[in-house]
Design a protein around this ligand. Sequence first.
Ligand SMILES: NC(=O)c1ccc[n+]([C@@H]2O[C@H](COP(=O)([O-])OP(=O)(O)OC[C@H]3O[C@@H](n4cnc5c(N)ncnc54)[C@H](OP(=O)(O)O)[C@@H]3O)[C@@H](O)[C@H]2O)c1
Length: 263
Amino acid sequence: MFIGKIAWITGASSGIGEALVKEFVKRGGTVIASSNDMPGLERVKAACGDKSSMVHCVPFDLSDTSVISDVVDLQVKERGRLDFLFNIGGISQRARIDETPIWLDRKIFEINYFGTISLTKAVLPHMVRQQSGHILATSSISGRFGFPLRSAYSASKQALHGFFETLYLENKKNNIRSSMIIPGRVRTSISIHALNAEGKEHGKLDDGQKKGITPEKAAEIILKGMLRNKREILVGKEELLILHIRRYFPWLFFRIADKIKST
Ligand SMILES: NC(=O)c1ccc[n+]([C@@H]2O[C@H](COP(=O)([O-])OP(=O)(O)OC[C@H]3O[C@@H](n4cnc5c(N)ncnc54)[C@H](OP(=O)(O)O)[C@@H]3O)[C@@H](O)[C@H]2O)c1
């Protein structure tokens, strides 16, 4: 299905991004796999078995936007084109507003927002030249509302909605598609790597996370939604109901969210 197609996938060393790499190459495509963790990327490449030659590991730090356009230009020169950009890489948070220093808010924004839009801005001119492409970004259900202990995370994900809706509206004429991935709970390391008030790893797999769908199932839902050209791809199970509650019964949402432990 993806034979001859090239996808750039960030967050490729773990969780949802890793599962997407494996599924994309299984279906015949080529992947540029990125994260900040070269050994992790090499592990994912090796796990692709007889398809591992279809995976090209390109590590970079999403928070270092100064390198991104050179990295993109080099890859496009080498591969000739780029069909899909999956912006999956990101980091979460477990700290109250009153204990989160501003440098930590900025760090989360650098990775989740500025890193993602820098890569997108670097890729966009190549897709405009091709007059084709599909760019996906990853929000969260908490990119649709505020949530205790995730002020900067929620805000960084909400910012992505404004950017990517604009990208869609401006580039429909260039035949460039855009989708927002909105995961609920997926069983990955996201809560383990989430940053606490000191900027250190939270280090725990949260109970909610344990109940989530597998990353493999998430990858399947994302690719299906993308092929149907969905503007928003909801990824999860019953927890996604909260999106409808927030929209149609905001008073009920606040009653539920009020019960979340925030100390
Ligand atoms: N799992 C869920 O329940 C859930 C729910 C809502 C939204 N999401 C979103 O889904 C996306 C994928 O998360 P996941 O659940 O798969 O978590 P994960 O297993 O922790 O994966 C996160 C990925 O992002 C990469 N990353 C983090 N900081 C980076 C940086 N500074 N530079 C480059 N890469 C960086 C990590 O690579 P390194 O090894 O380089 O750090 C890793 O590959 C995230 O955007 C997350 O916010 C997940």
